[in-house]
Design a protein around this ligand. Structure first.
Ligand SMILES: Nc1ncnc2c1ncn2[C@@H]1O[C@H](COP(=O)(O)OS(=O)(=O)O)[C@@H](OP(=O)(O)O)[C@H]1O
Length: 453
């Protein structure tokens, strides 16, 4: 695979199964650093899945090392439209991987591999995070209550999930938040009730598949994978199958994601995921330790629904309905949950447990040192604008207040850990694009031409 890194553009370097398998081999000797820290990263920031907590560690890592972020003009890359390279601030087309100037691409987007690879080298580390669709639905319902027309009409999440079609119409305003949000964020199309043209473009993104109305070709001609490098390798058996239907489509989409993403974290196993992330990137535990961001007040009970053993009947029903309604996300979630645990097995369960315990101890120590009350607080206590999270949705978004009397060094470190994503993005933006001093006209006229040109 090393050779692949030198190949131009996207087509040859991210092949199903190959790069993935190699980058998934965990390091064997944790104490000896024989690897080089990876610093070209693409993080697909999925919605309502713990992604802001990951963003904070990426912001800090890049900030402290002077890495260049591919930043949106505002806070997202034209979402819900598919990502376009032209939305990156300071982007200029570069054909060669080595000339691509950015290290980290990590703000909200709808994933679009072809365009991402216009901005980021093809050997970047691609990762993302998923969350149990039941927990995600609870979070999204509260956050996007007024944004999604389906949620807006529904009196409660329970009412919505008991008869979602009474409230939900696919193309209506903001309704990507109301169903299969992860699938949408990964840039995947809906599976065929519709059918797929056999003639497909040279494009690695399944969104570019030509989906034709179901009155079109017969079932045997529904689908062929795109004419990319993938064609130079064995196609998975299911591709040629004559009974191609939604489940085959889902399997194909998951296989495609496996070929693109080096790691998909799972919010319910956040710390386990962080340990694997540090290992895969050759980063230290200190690089990945951080605080939880963007939690909504009252959500503690909602977290880790898959781990709760004693959920009430109603909650169980709601969970089951949310997973069924978000069937594509459930397929994604179970797939990546399985991959995570396979990877944990490879890493070693005991070794992982020790690392997770170490990570938590470091987080606890940081919380004690940095945070008033040692935990996230109601925004009414957060008067410092730099630290107050953006308030949106029907619940309060929690944030942090720093301890008094910190040394300057501690204060800087604690502030980095506690800074919400929007403020941190603004800070990085100001650093990468320092405001140009605009001199009064009279003065600038007096300046020599080599300064003004
Ligand atoms: N470490 C960790 N583990 C598990 N869950 C976590 C974690 N960090 C954040 N969260 C929960 O994720 C929700 C916010 O997700 P995002 O940051 O992705 O939201 S956003 O799309 O950027 O607005 C939000 O969920 P709700 O509180 O249920 O709304 C957070 O509580």
């Amino acid at each position: 695979m090393a050779g692949d890194r030198t190949l131009p553009f996207f087509s040859l370097s991210r092949l199903p199964g190959l790069q993935l398998r190699q980058s998934w081999v965990p390091s064997l000797r944790p104490t000896v650093k024989s690897c080089l820290p990876r610093q070209r990263l693409v993080f697909l920031k999925t919605h309502k899945s713990g992604s802001s907590s990951v963003l904070n560690l990426l912001h800090r890592y890049g900030d402290q090392r002077g890495l260049r972020f591919a930043l949106p003009a505002h806070y997202q890359f034209g979402y819900p439209k598919l990502f376009q390279a032209s939305k990156v601030k300071g982007y200029h087309p570069q054909s060669s991987d080595t000339k691509k100037p950015f290290h980290i691409l990590c703000h909200h987007m709808r994933f679009n591999l072809k365009e991402v690879l216009q901005v980021m080298p093809s050997d970047s580390f691609f990762f993302s995070i998923v969350r149990d669709p039941a927990a995600l639905a609870r979070s999204a319902f509260s956050y996007y209550k007024s944004t999604s027309s389906a949620f807006r009409k529904a009196p409660s999440l329970a009412a919505f999930l008991s008869s979602p079609r009474a409230f939900y119409r696919p193309g209506d305003r903001g309704n990507y938040y109301a169903r299969n949000l992860l699938w949408f964020d990964f840039g995947l199309p809906s599976p065929p009730e519709t059918k797929v043209s056999p003639h497909l473009p040279r494009d690695p993104n399944p969104l570019q598949l030509h989906i034709v109305p179901s009155s079109g070709a017969g079932p045997g001609t529904l689908f062929q994978p795109m004419t990319t490098a993938a064609n130079r390798h064995e196609q998975p058996a299911s591709f040629g199958s004559s009974d191609f239907g939604p489940s085959t489509f889902i399997q194909w989409a998951l296989a495609w994601l496996d070929s693109v993403f080096d790691l998909v974290m799972v919010a319910e196993y956040f710390d386990e995921s962080l340990v694997l992330l540090a290992d895969a990137l050759c980063w230290s535990l200190d690089d990945v330790v951080g605080f939880m961001h963007n939690a909504q007040a009252g959500s503690e009970q909602r977290l880790s629904t898959v781990k709760q053993s004693m959920v009430k009947g109603e909650e169980q029903q709601l969970t089951a309905r949310a997973r069924a309604w978000n069937n594509l996300d459930w397929a994604l979630y179970t797939h990546f949950n399985r991959s995570l645990w396979a990877r944990i097995q490879q890493y070693g369960q005991h070794r992982l447990q020790r690392a997770v315990a170490e990570l938590r101890a470091r987080r606890d120590a940081l919380a004690k040192r940095c945070l008033m009350g040692g935990k996230a607080l109601d925004p009414k206590y957060i008067t410092d604008k730099k630290l107050r999270p953006f308030q949106f949705g029907s619940a309060k978004v929690l944030g942090y207040v720093l301890q008094n009397g910190l040394s300057q060094k501690d204060r800087e470190e604690c502030e980095r850990l506690a800074t919400p994503e929007l403020q941190y993005k603004d800070k990085l933006d100001a650093k990468q694009f320092p405001p140009t001093v605009s001199l009064p006209l009279k003065t600038s006229r007096l300046l020599p031409h080599w300064i003004t040109n």
